[in-house]
Design a protein around this ligand. Structure first.
Ligand SMILES: Cc1cc2nc3c(=O)[nH]c(=O)nc-3n(C[C@H](O)[C@H](O)[C@H](O)COP(=O)(O)OP(=O)(O)OC[C@H]3O[C@@H](n4cnc5c(N)ncnc54)[C@H](O)[C@@H]3O)c2cc1C
Length: 386
């Protein structure tokens, strides 16, 4: 499919299946799996998986555009559909040829989901303090522990779990676990305030055996950091999609709302606000696309896996997520005032958009955590050069 063709497909999916149904999606008790099945029917499920595994092999620049369109409809739908990129990128770069064939080919063939399990209650963002352990047992590996948050795990085909080695507590592994592995238990589904079309669980492992070949090659925390480069850029693209939607909602509202005898759309204060939104949306889009191009350039290198291990977190991915999360939150906040009292009700979707966009500054590293990372990785080294 050429780029305009698949973007057109996504826009049609959003127009037919999502727009106008967001309130319903927001109120569901269970994840809307039938909706995801209809997305799979477009042929775009897991659109980034390399062609050698049967996928479309689309790059991150394409992904930014796709995710912005999906999030224009619903951020939870976008989040659910792109988040497997975090898992598959770790597997495609650091899994053995057999593991990739075992996991990625069926994922594409069955148009399924996969999940990543890093976060734990006690450790918080200090991931080096995780207590999920993995030990050797003959030819296999055994996992024990509890993971606080993991999106889509209940209906995923496989997961990648970040665990500490029982034999050497300074060593961390990223281990693939098939969903039906004995000893894997879904403890509960979280009742989240936004992204309600997604499903996030607490998950436990108790004497959960997997083959030794399921371990990815490399330091587990480092591999997670590399996987997060793509998904952080796509969280930024989700914030972009929500911001675009808010702008359009404000324009619709301003045509119908009258102020001083004229439609609100003619008011100078309104015009100033919307002009500001447009400037912010333009910069968000440019930052997402610039970060995606940097990512695609690295991913295209024959030594991408090694280069990424050396580089770790991509600076423009961190700044895109922080900038877009903060900016979309400002836009949502300003817009919610613009709707007056009705904006504080469920009769208009601004409250949902505000709740949805909050995630961008929290998930995959809150802004305090990312600021700290940017400081230590990218500010301190520059200062040392002088
Ligand atoms: C809907 C949803 C889906 C999720 N999906 C997944 C998933 O699929 N897989 C997964 O592994 N996780 C997932 N998560 C977890 C998510 O990524 C974390 O919740 C997020 O990164 C924040 O980490 P934390 O909860 O450990 O809080 P913390 O980062 O520990 O934050 C708690 C407080 O400590 C402060 N703090 C922490 N570190 C620093 C620092 N270095 N400097 C200053 N202040 C700091 C924070 O600012 C905050 O005030 C999900 C979470 C949600 C809500």
């Amino acid at each position: 499919m050429s780029e305009p063709e698949h973007l057109d497909t996504v826009r049609k999916f959003v127009a037919q299946e999502v727009l106008g149904r967001e309130t319903h999606l927001d109120s569901l008790a269970d994840a809307p799996l039938a909706l995801y099945e209809r997305f799979a029917e477009t042929g775009l499920m897991n659109w980034w998986v390399p062609e050698e595994h049967g996928g479309l092999g689309l790059g991150l620049e394409d992904s930014v555009r796709i995710v912005s369109e999906l999030a224009y409809g619903d951020a939870g739908v976008a989040f659910t559909l792109f988040l497997p990129i975090l898992t598959t990128s770790m597997v495609s770069w650091y899994g053995s040829a057999e593991l990739k064939e075992k996991l990625l080919d069926p994922l594409v063939a069955h148009r399924g989901f996969c999940a990543t399990l890093g976060s734990e209650h006690e450790a918080g963002s200090e991931l080096a303090k995780i207590s999920t352990v993995v030990r050797r047992d003959g030819e296999g590996l055994v996992l024990d522990g509890t993971k606080a948050f993991s999106t889509s795990t209940d209906f995923a085909q496989f997961l990648v779990v970040i665990a500490r080695s029982a034999e050497n507590p300074t060593r961390y592994l990223a281990v693939a676990v098939e969903r039906d592995a004995p000893g894997l238990r879904i403890d509960k589904r979280w009742d989240v305030i936004g992204l309600r079309a997604s499903a996030t669980y607490q998950v436990s492992f108790s004497d959960c055996h997997v083959p030794a070949g399921n371990a990815l090659d490399g330091h587990g925390l480092r591999l997670l950091e590399i996987g997060l480069n793509a998904s952080r850029i796509l969280i930024a693209a989700t914030a972009l999609g929500v911001a675009r939607r808010i702008r359009d909602l404000c324009m619709e509202y301003a045509k119908t709302k009258s102020l001083k005898g004229a439609p609100l759309v003619n008011d100078a204060v309104f015009a100033g606000r919307l002009g500001q939104f447009e400037m912010q949306i333009e910069v968000m889009a440019n930052q997402c696309l610039a970060a995606a191009r940097t990512y695609d350039a690295t991913a295209a290198r024959p030594d991408a896996a090694r280069t990424l291990l050396r580089q770790g977190a991509q600076k423009s991915a961190l700044t895109a997520k922080m900038f877009c999360g903060q900016t979309a939150w400002q836009i949502a906040s300003t817009a919610s005032e613009m709707f007056g009292g009705i904006g504080y009700t469920h009769d208009v979707p601004i409250g949902k958009l505000l709740r949805d966009v909050r995630h961008a500054s929290i998930i995959e590293g809150g802004d305090d955590v990312l600021r700290d990372l940017v400081f230590h990785r990218f500010v301190v080294p520059t200062a040392k050069r002088t």
